[in-house]
Design a protein around this ligand. Structure first.
Ligand code: ASP
Length: 303
């Protein structure tokens, strides 16, 4: 049995939007008041923006992209503006989007020159490709008119961040819209001090995210190499496809991650609004909003 620090599950009436700002080993004592507020503000703003899309009928894919753009721009989390640095001092970001209705996927890896990697991933989803990496992905984004990022846009090593452990604060979103369409998105700056060129699970379909209207939409966060080896998001899908409850499927996927030495968390939602938020770490930044229920944000197991 996996030792879960966060294990929430239930059913909400669609539309449902869940976002996360990463799982990690920090305890409440490690995160000061201003930092907690920055996390809460980022998650609240992401829920509000994504909910606007869901309530105006823009659909699940639009909602997860909108929510993740807000998280990328917040500077408080390890994605987009707040991405951590590699061992060479560069910022290398990964992002992906999946549409559960069509199972279209778009992803970018190790991009350095764009403000919002998730927007570029969305463009790839609408194109004939699935995953673009490195300078070619940056070129694709800039040629496509996506906003470039000046080096001073990034705030990776500000005073609030230098004591952070190597991983954490990756962002993601899952949604089901009023029509039962699912989507997932994940975006990260990777792991602090990672070797240039290292890519984790976040932009990899089946590891860092999944969406399929027949089963479940999932976004993960944690030790990227372990989520890749466990193919964690796809593991949830396979178990739900086989009839498992979403909570049991999510816990089992995190058990597989632990079995290969990793830790982290995930958010998941089905077309019916069954959902799960699970983590094996003390910190799991997350928020949820759904039809008829106000937005709720939490950082740790109990608060
Ligand atoms: N999964 C991310 C990566 O390995 C890191 C994280 O979620 O904290 O790049």
């Amino acid at each position: 049995m996996t030792a879960l620090t966060v294990a929430e599950a239930g059913r909400r009436r669609p539309p449902v939007l869940i976002v996360h700002g990463g799982a990690g080993p920090r305890t409440p004592a490690d995160v000061d008041g201003p930092r907690r507020q920055a996390f809460r503000d980022a998650v609240s703003a992401a829920l509000a923006a994504g909910w606007d899309d869901l309530s105006s009928g823009a659909g699940a894919v639009a909602a997860v992209v909108t929510a993740v753009v807000v998280l990328e721009d917040s500077g408080a989390l390890n994605a987009g503006r707040g991405s951590v640095r590699t061992s060479a001092g560069t910022v290398e970001m990964d992002a992906a989007v999946v549409a559960g209705t069509t199972r279209d996927v778009g992803a970018v890896a190790a991009v350095q020159a764009v403000r919002n990697p998730v927007r570029v991933a969305r463009a790839v989803l609408d194109d004939r490709w699935v995953l673009l990496a490195g300078p070619g992905a940056d070129r694709y984004a800039l040629d496509g008119g996506y906003e470039p990022a000046d080096p001073d846009w990034f705030v990776p090593d500000g005073p609030a961040r230098t004591a952070d452990p190597p991983s954490g604060d990756t962002v993601g979103a899952v949604a089901v819209d009023a029509a039962g369409r699912t989507a997932a998105a994940t975006s990260t700056g990777g792991v602090r001090g990672q070797i240039p060129g290292r890519v984790g699970d976040s932009p990899v379909i089946g590891a860092g995210l999944w969406a399929d209207d027949r089963t479940v939409a999932v976004s993960t966060t944690g030790t990227g190499e372990a989520f890749l080896r466990a193919l964690a998001a796809h593991h949830v899908h396979l178990l739900v496809a086989g009839g498992a409850e979403i909570a049991d499927a999510s816990a089992a996927a995190l058990g597989e991650v632990r079995a290969v030495g990793g830790h982290g968390g995930l958010i998941a939602v089905t077309p019916a609004g069954d959902h799960a938020v699970m983590a094996t770490t003390p910190l799991m930044i997350r928020g949820i909003v759904s039809e008829g229920e106000p937005a709720a944000v939490q950082l740790f197991a109990a608060n």
